[in-house]
Design a protein around this ligand. Structure first.
Ligand code: ADP
Length: 776
């Protein structure tokens, strides 16, 4: 009974009852018995939707009740806001909730006043690197989805971050929540934690495979589920569920497939909608169109009007929330989703269909089957407690043999064990530098001893592999001037400290510094050639292949205005520079792209920083072109090309544009710091490129677009109406502003107010007729 919980704040039992929680679920009760409300470490490995959040809350609230501070680590930024909203319910009892996902390098001092903080592991890692004092006051850390330590890319950060937090405060309560995995006890050993390992679920789950005209269930029974002429299996299942008044969540393997499937399934759902549902859906569709003006937005709105939707990480947050709410309100009857958010977003549904059990995997060079763990997590979303008698999760077989294969592979299979991915060079490059720079290790031995506290060390008997990679990485860091090694002592250089604090992959930092140096060598050479002519023509940089000695000599003869001034670095050159670092996800080259970007390269090679790799270096050349494609997207954004054109031209969603823009902003900010760290005089060009990409505008609009509430489109409209900067906006004629903002009074008032206008009120003002500009 929730009245009998030890250690929790006294308001909690009533609060839980108000939420319909009278008794703990069995795994939650086990967690309390294991001391989760009394500061004990705990690993809880339990199925999706079985109440892990409450275990986390019990741990954090009891820790806060003892005067402490708790941290909740989420695996994805997109999930932070969802958890924040969950925890903000506690603000009515005087708790302060903070969320920290933004800029990597900020110090997070404001977090010191919070009781519970939600952050990604990257953000926490960054706060540790920046010595945020608040970190040492933590008393409880909860890690959601801890099985993701198995993820090659992000797992190592989580692993190292937990090791650091636990070293900083040996009494820190560590609670790790995981989906059901094969080796939960290994995680418990690593974290010195008690273990709750359960497959209890609040609602029964029947797994099965559909083939032909039947649904084969794991208990051996069969249900007739017939597929009509020209109908796909998924459509048949959705229709069957609708006839029973239920909703379906369909998992597919790509965004494109999610959009296509939603479009098709809309036809299945449409005949089942009531007039009232249709009217409500039409309103939601309008809200979706209002979020952004793109093809994705239109497609989503069209599907939603018919009671279907898609959901993937390319959607903007506004879109995702509208879809999730409409699905929970049972207006949208089917959602086609990629697995990205399957784990975190709480959108239970009567039936789950796992349509695609293979997905494209670059490292496998083709389609590869999903892991049992992933498929079980998707399946776990079936069944809404209190609403459905049970949940059904269905895989789709395309042949009789595949029915057996899918039963073996997923229905009857146990999830894989989780294994550390730390002993890989890219992961260690970043983490070793940070570990040394923030003083967790000062020698090679100290470093190895620190790494002993990771999951990796607890999972391997063979120390040799880790030592070998560590030595390779130390050599790399020393060669690039990030670390000094003297007689076994390790010391980060000033550059190394900067890189660690900026949260850059050292390889990104090296790429940026080399690119800028390369440009400057050109610059100083040509400056000296034009300014004070030297006796002999300058030597070209040995490794560049960019300019030959004779070309430089020609420059010296004929060009008075040198073309390698750092102020002349083009925005495209800088966007390309940051796009080719490992910290940017580059756009893929689709078929036909290669020719296009080779042409582009041919035309604009002069603007790029550093030598173009030879076409014979297949991999590097390909990367160079992908970076150019990514840079062109950023350039389009920063020259006010509209969103719809960009999404079309590059085959991306609006959320992807946001993602690239934010990464570019961060990397250009880092490039500014690096440039000053190594005395390169390029700060002005970099900062301009950064601000332009941030606001998505040409240079002349930078000032206006920085005014709160203005943005790229409105800035252009104001500019065309003759208001060219913030100062002019402050003193502008209100009628002109109103006309430029297409008669939207509220917007105009807000904009004038943020520009500091004496009297922003629009009462009685009529828009000036002759200056209205319609850019659409
Ligand atoms: P998980 O994080 O394990 O996927 P959640 O914590 O989101 O699952 O829980 C799923 C749902 O179960 C939530 O809506 C939550 O309010 C509800 N729930 C959790 N614990 C209980 C309980 N003891 N009694 C009734 N409902 C509960």
């Amino acid at each position: 009974d929730v009245a009998d919980l030890p250690g929790v704040p006294e308001w909690l039992p009533d609060h839980l009852r108000d939420d319909g929680i009278e008794e703990l679920y069995p795994p939650q009760a086990e967690a309390v018995e294991a001391g989760v409300t009394e500061g004990e470490n705990l690993v809880a490995s339990i199925p999706t939707a079985s109440g892990k959040t409450l275990i986390a809350e019990l741990a954090m609230l009891s820790s806060v009740a003892r005067g402490g501070t708790a941290l909740y680590i989420v695996p994805l930024r997109a999930l932070a806001s969802e958890k924040q909203a969950d925890f903000e319910e506690f603000e009515q009892y005087g708790l302060d909730i903070g969320v920290s996902t933004g800029n990597y390098e900020s110090e997070g001092g404001w977090l010191a006043d919070k009781d519970i903080v939600v952050a990604t592991s990257e953000k926490v890692d960054s706060l540790v690197r920046n010595d945020a004092p608040w970190i040492e006051d933590l008393t409880c850390v909860v890690t959601d989805e801890v099985h993701l330590v198995d993820d090659g890319e992000r797992g190592p950060t989580l692993e190292v971050t937990l090791a650091k937090l636990r070293r900083l405060n040996p009494d820190l309560q560590t609670v790790a929540l995981s989906a059901t995995i094969g080796n939960a006890e290994a995680l418990a050993t690593w974290l010195d934690a008690g273990l709750v390992d359960s497959d209890w679920r609040p609602i029964d789950l029947q797994k099965g495979v559909h083939y032909g005209q039947a649904l084969h269930l794991e208990d051996g029974s069969q249900q007739r589920l017939s597929v009509q002429n020209n109908e796909k299996q998924t459509a048949a299942i959705v229709r069957d569920t609708l006839e029973d008044d239920g909703s379906t969540l369909v998992f597919v393997n790509s965004r494109r497939n999610a959009e296509a499937a939603a479009g098709r399934l809309a036809n299945t759902v449409r005949p089942h909608l009531t007039d009232e549902e249709r009217a409500q859906l039409a309103d939601i569709a309008e809200e979706i169109r209002d979020v952004s003006d793109t093809e994705t937005s239109d497609d989503l709105a069209d599907a939603v009007a018919d009671g279907a939707a898609f959901h993937h990480a390319g959607l903007s947050r506004g879109h995702r929330e509208l879809v999730e709410d409409a699905f929970r309100d049972r207006l949208v009857k089917v959602v086609c989703a990629t697995p990205t958010l399957a784990a975190g977003v709480n959108t239970p549904s009567r039936r789950v269909v796992v349509r695609d059990w293979r997905r494209y995997d670059g490292s496998a060079g083709g389609m590869a089957p999903l892991s049992v763990l992933e498929v079980h997590q998707m399946m776990g979303r079936a069944g809404r407690p209190g609403l459905d008698p049970y949940g059904e999760a269905v895989l789709i077989a395309s042949s009789h043999d595949e029915v057996d294969e899918l039963f073996e592979r997923y229905v009857w299979a146990d999830p894989e064990p989780v294994r550390s991915k730390l002993a890989a060079e890219p992961a260690l490059r970043t983490h070793i530098l940070a570990t040394v720079a923030s003083g967790f290790a000062r020698s090679r031995e100290g470093l190895l001893e620190f790494l002993e506290q990771t999951l990796y060390a607890s999972q391997t008997d063979e120390g040799g592999q880790l030592e070998r990679v560590v030595d390779d990485v130390l050599t790399y860091l020393q060669r690039n001037d990030f670390l000094e090694i003297e007689g076994g002592e390790l010391d980060a250089t000033s550059l190394g400290h900067t890189v660690s604090r900026l949260y850059l992959d050292p390889m990104s930092a090296a790429e940026i510094v080399d690119g800028l140096r390369d440009w400057e060598r050109g610059a100083s050479d040509s400056t000296s050639a034009s300014g004070a002519p030297s006796e002999t023509p300058p030597e070209p940089p040995a490794d560049s292949g960019f300019t030959t000695a004779s070309e430089l000599a020609e420059d010296a003869d004929e060009s008075a205005d040198a073309d390698r001034d750092p102020d002349d670095i083009s925005a495209l050159g800088l966007y390309h520079l940051v796009s080719r670092t490992p910290d940017m996800y580059q756009l893929y080259l689709r078929s036909g792209d290669r020719e296009e970007y080779e042409m582009e390269l041919f035309e604009r090679e002069d603007e790029l920083l550093g030598p173009t790799p030879s076409e014979f270096e297949e991999g590097r050349f390909e990367d160079w072109l992908s970076a150019l494609k990514t840079a062109r997207l950023l350039e389009d954004w920063a020259t006010e090309v509209d969103e719809a054109t960009i999404t079309e031209r590059y085959g991306v969603g609006p959320g992807d544009i946001r993602g690239k823009v934010e990464t570019a902003q961060w990397l250009l900010g880092a490039a500014e710091s690096l440039a000053s760290e190594v005395d390169l005089d390029a700060a002005r060009a970099i900062s301009e490129a950064r601000i332009r990409v941030e606001h998505g505008v040409r240079e002349e609009l930078v000032d206006l677009a920085g005014v709160r509430g203005v943005g790229r489109k409105r800035a252009r409209r104001l500019f065309q109406a003759g208001i060219t900067d913030r100062a002019q906006l402050r003193d502008a004629d209100k009628a002109v502003v109103l006309a430029a903002l297409r008669g939207r009074r509220k917007t105009a008032e807000n904009v004038l107010e943020s520009a500091g206008h004496r009297d922003p009120s629009m009462e009685g003002v009529e828009p000036a007729p002759d200056v209205s500009v319609d850019l659409d």
